[in-house]
Design a protein around this ligand. Structure first.
Ligand SMILES: [Zn+2]
Length: 74
C-alpha cells in the first residue's frame, strides 16, 4: 500500500517529462510517456512507481525515511 501523502502522483505526459527529465532519480530507469510517476515532496525529485513504493515503505507518517531499527553505524 502506497504511503501516498508523501508523493504526488502524476501522469508522465511527454510535456511533463520534457520539463522534469526522463529518468527516475533513484533507479535511473527511463519513464515511458503515459506512465504514472511520483513526485517526492521531501527530496524534490521524480520517481518511478516501484521506487516510490519502496521508499514509502521506509517512511513514517511525516514522510521521513526511517532506517531499520536496531542497526547502528558505529
Ligand atoms: Zn525508479
Amino acid at each position: 500500500m502506497m504511503n501516498s501523502q508523501c508523493f504526488v502522483e502524476q501522469t508522465g505526459t511527454e510535456e511533463l517529462l520534457e520539463r522534469v527529465g526522463r529518468y527516475c532519480a533513484e533507479c535511473f530507469s527511463e519513464f515511458v510517456p503515459g506512465e504514472r510517476i511520483y513526485y517526492d515532496m521531501n527530496d524534490y525529485r521524480y520517481l518511478c512507481g516501484s521506487c516510490a513504493e519502496t521508499l514509502s515503505e521506509k517512511m513514517d507518517e511525516r514522510c521521513e525515511i526511517v532506517e531499520d531499527e536496531g542497526g547502528s553505524l558505529f
